[in-house]
Design a protein around this ligand. Structure first.
Ligand code: ARG
Length: 463
């Protein structure tokens, strides 16, 4: 057996190659190039201002960094796994471009505080994009809520028709969920926004650096207050993934409803062709693939969160190479969430609502029985339990007559409870039922319109 076979036949150079492959992160962390260069720009300016490097060296460094930025953006940047990661690639290229002064950039800095800073910057940028995309989704939901404020649909518990609601109200329920997701993002962003740069390897540095200056230059609120924590912490990434998991779960629930609603059994809505596909064998089919993929991808965000949480949980202070494994789950969750938000926004904007079918389904199953019972309590001062019993008898009667509660005659109703008057018909029927739910946050079209107006003001106010 040759040494190669012992180490794994696929690795031509044996242990050296295996080590290079397991160690290198450049294939994924090259995505940090912008943040890495921004960090180096801020760091070199600070080193110059503090008299740690000369103005001439600083200028060469910064011109070199700008050249590298252009090279990467033009797609002309060669990578080599032997150089491990984006930080070493940038530094190596800088040395090729400007020679010795390149070596001064890493004064008072380590890759440990560098990568912690880069990741915070990347997650922060991503949070800001996602917040905008969540807002677009909210606007699409708001548009549907406004358009369909009067459209009656069955409200479900246990996926059994419970009481009629409006489609607009249903859209607003999701708008609220995505508002909480945005507020989770804002909370996480505020905690993230401290700069670890200057923590150096773990203990800080003896150079007279100005951490306030670099923090400010990179848009952070302040420097982190403990150099050990600054290099070892990945809470910000965990909070981001926790947000992503919850937000994906919300998207997945909405996706699941779209799958149900667009089925041939329900026919409540029709998705636009842009977000559906046909079947290669069954010509009648139009499948809600985008919705299914959104539902499917929710598992990935939750998985990414678990991956990072488990990776971190056993690590002693401070940096461990394990932490290089933080990137792929963060990137994957971010990419997929971005895609899912865009797809959901498009689907909601285009969705066609079948008001007739939803209305017919809303009345099926005596969904206004509660309205009848409530009327007996309100108008006849009947104890709710008795009202419940009377209503049950009337439901049975309607069932026997194969009609809705509102189709029973007054005489039939009075045969069960003599004091019932024809005012009862004001609350029966699904339109009357929803119109009566005027409690704050209730499903009445008047309430839905009030909430639409409130959200319009909030979203407009954000600019
Ligand atoms: N590529 C590394 C990472 O992503 C950078 C930090 C390396 N630091 C070290 N001490 N080896 O974590």
């Amino acid at each position: 057996m040759s040494a190669n076979e012992l180490w794994g036949g696929r690795f031509a150079k044996g242990p050296a190659e295996i080590m290079e492959r397991i160690n290198a992160s450049i294939d994924f962390d090259r995505r940090l190039y912008k943040q890495d260069i921004a960090g180096s720009m801020a760091h070199s300016t600070m080193l110059r201002e503090q008299g740690i490097i000369s103005s001439e060296d600083c200028q060469k460094i910064q011109e070199g960094l700008q050249t590298i930025l252009r090279e990467i953006e033009a797609g002309n940047f060669k990578t080599d796994p032997a150089l491990e990661d984006i930080h070493m690639h940038v530094e190596a290229r800088l040395r090729e471009l400007i020679g010795d002064p390149a070596g001064r950039l890493h004064t008072a800095r380590s890759r440990n505080d560098q990568v912690a800073t880069d990741m915070r910057l990347w997650v922060r940028d991503t949070m800001d994009h996602l917040d905008g995309e969540l807002k677009d989704l909210q606007k699409a939901l708001l548009f549907q809520a406004d358009t369909e404020a009067d459209t009656v649909m069955p409200g479900f518990t246990h996926l059994q028709a419970a009481q009629p609601v409006t489609f607009g109200h249903h859209m607003l329920a999701y708008l609220e969920m995505f508002a909480r997701d945005r507020s989770r993002l804002a909370d996480a962003r505020a905690r993230l926004n401290e700069c670890p740069l200057g923590s150096a390897a773990l203990a800080g540095t003896s150079f007279p650096i100005d951490r306030e200056m670099t923090a400010k230059a990179l848009g952070f609120d302040r420097p982190t207050a403990n150099s050990l924590d600054g290099t070892a912490d990945r809470d910000f990434a965990l909070e981001f993934l926790s947000f992503a998991s919850i937000c994906s779960m919300h998207l997945s629930r909405l996706a699941e409803e779209i799958v149900i609603w667009s089925s041939a059994q329900f026919k409540f809505v029709e998705c636009s062709d842009s977000f559906s596909t046909g079947s290669s064998i069954m010509p009648q089919k139009k499948n809600p693939d985008a919705a299914e993929l959104i539902r499917g991808k929710a598992g990935r965000s939750a998985g990414a969160f678990q991956t990072l949480l488990m990776m971190m949980k056993g690590l002693p202070m401070t940096y461990g190479k394990d932490m290089q494994e933080d990137k792929e789950p963060v990137f994957d969750a971010a990419d997929n969430l971005q895609l899912c938000l865009a797809a959901m926004t498009g689907m909601i904007r285009d969705i066609k609502v079948n008001g007739e079918i939803m209305k017919a389904a809303s009345g099926a199953g005596f969904t206004t029985a509660t309205d009848l019972a409530d009327w007996l309590v309100r108008k006849l001062n009947m104890p709710f339990r008795n009202a419940h019993h009377v209503t049950g008898t009337l439901v049975k009667m309607a069932e026997d007559n194969n009609c809705g509660l509102e189709d029973l005659t007054l005489a039939q109703m009075q045969s069960v409870e003599a004091e019932i008057t024809d005012e009862i018909f004001d609350v029966l029927g699904v339109d009357n039922s929803v119109a009566s739910r005027v409690s704050y946050g209730g499903t009445a079209p008047s309430q839905v319109r009030a909430q639409v107006a409130r959200w319009q003001t909030i979203l407009d106010g954000e600019g």
